[in-house]
Design a protein around this ligand. Sequence first.
Ligand code: SF4
Length: 471
Amino acid sequence: MAKPTLLDVYKYLPQTNCGECGEVNCMSFASKLLERRYKPSDCPPLVKESKYKEKMDALTKLVAPPVRAVVIGKGRGAVTVGGKEVMYRHELTLHNPTAIAVDVSDLDPPEVIEERCKRIEGFKVVRIGEELKLNLVAVRAASSDPNRFEKAVEIAAKSCSYPMVLCSLDPTVLAAALRKPEVADSRPLLYAATKDNWREMVVLAKKYSCPLVAFSPNGLDELKSLTLTIKANGVEDIVLDPGTYTEGVGLRDTLNKFVMIRRAAIKGGDEGLGYPILGVPAATWMDGGEDPVKSYEEAYLAAVMMARSADLLILHTLQPYALLALTTLRQNLYTDPRKPVAVEAGLRTFGQPNEDSPVLVTTNFALTYYTVANDIEAQGNNCYLLVANTGGLAVECSVAGGQFNAAVVKNLIEESKVEAKVKHRKLIIPQLAARLKGDIEDATQWEVIVGPRDSSQIRDFLNKNWPPQKN
Ligand code: SF4
């Protein structure tokens, strides 16, 4: 399906160049709308003035992504899945990172359900300034007992603030859990409608305004037919589960289906498959047992699914090594490739530096900055760190590309007013920037000391070289 052009979008804007959106004119707004930096509703006249209603509706339809964005949960913790419009991230930023749910079973005792829920919400790691975490709790009705499931869902809702996926193919079991107002009002994802139960599941989804999974492991034609039927009966927020097989030919077919679904939606404009995709790596554990090796198997299956367009994954493992690998992969996949991840340039203070403390410099590439900052903190160094604006490029690249240069360092020294904080005039630069030593000295009149190659060596380097020997 052809993507809308700038003029296609512009046609539906008021074209008054009023500036209320913060842009200088409507064309500028149109260009950023196409880049997903704005939504149609960010143009106030389109929203406020009734004469633009038709334009607003047409524009919303025009820029709607071919893969529907589906919201699970409510309020601040709500998770949006899907909303994709490209196959690969280099074509445009991928929005709405793959949401990760971890399961709890209603066969487990209440204290185990509670403990797992708390561990799910408790998994948090800060990497490159971003908090990596899980997103949902999937409660499985392994007992098939409505009362037992209702109780398990109630415990999960009390133990964890994350949105829920309610998992049973029996509508009476799901209906039991939805009797609780706190569950009914929380917009859980219902798993799942099949060719046999879709009527009852559609009734539940409509009654409680919940998104609904369409599950069909019998091929994409049946899945598409099921999806179109659900949609025709009034449920718009659908998630697709084409079935997860964890080994051999079944696994190959599973991954192929993921790609075919996404391609059909994005390249073919197939509305029957234009929905987020759900993968269930937790199926790795379906033959029972708690063999730790399965955490590895589940993690690599989840990783491949994530790379193959999965918008939502249901896992079983809570092993930190598996979750850390997956959340890190997700962060990398969903980082905007057009924008290096950068931190603010300027002066940072570590420990309790004084006027004799060392001054180091690094670049504002986020991965470099956080690595250096974490090492300095962990080593207990008292120092100043100047962070140069290199456009988010790392040391070696920015030296080669010219973004890290003597003029940038000179400006940084002046703007940060670090000269008022130390009485010496000595600057430690990364070894990878050694070739800038002479230029920086000429530009700043500071003595430049070439520091270590790696920030893990800063403490050893300072122990040997700071304060510098007087000549
Ligand atoms: S607020 Fe709307 S009408 Fe005004 S400049 Fe922006 S896009 Fe144009």
